[in-house]
Design a protein around this ligand. Sequence first.
Ligand SMILES: [Zn+2]
Length: 63
Amino acid sequence: MSDQGQTFHPGETVPQSGIYECDCGNSHRWSTSTNVKNHTFPPLPEDCSGRAWALKDPAHPTE
Ligand SMILES: [Zn+2]
């Protein structure tokens, strides 16, 4: 995990598809659809004490 650290807040534009995980430590996850154009990050779960999403596992789109 050398290039981790970039986080995204609810309402920000989704840069790429994949599985995102919150930063609260409880592994709340959110996965995007393949096409993330114009998508934004959702609010964090109600029981989540984190404040941002981080890319956990990038998707591998097939073109
Ligand atoms: Zn969480």
